[in-house]
Write a protein of this length. Structure first.
Length: 83
């Protein structure tokens, strides 16, 4: 992705950068896990590539829920699900 390339190039050029220390920096699940690990408030979440992998989580949450692709920008692919 362009963000990953920009991170690597800016790091190699010795510029101020986000760097490459965090793999998959744009992965929203990874972001929230890092936030939670630092003791900050984070969202409840589940990840999976099929419904079976997130079904238990969805049954335990109040609707609506937000469904997001792991690797997207802004609101690309974001869905608000009411059922």
């Amino acid at each position: 992705a362009g963000v990953d390339l920009a991170d690597a190039l800016s790091e190699a050029m010795g510029m101020i950068t986000n760097g490459t220390e965090i793999p998959n920096r744009r992965d929203k699940k990874v972001q929230q896990e890092l936030i939670k690990a630092r003791g900050l408030r984070s969202i409840r979440q589940a990840a999976g590539s099929n419904f079976d992998q997130v079904e238990d989580f969805l049954r335990s949450e109040k609707f609506p829920v937000v469904v997001k692709p792991v690797d997207s920008a802004g609101s690309d692919g974001v869905k608000l699900c009411h059922s």
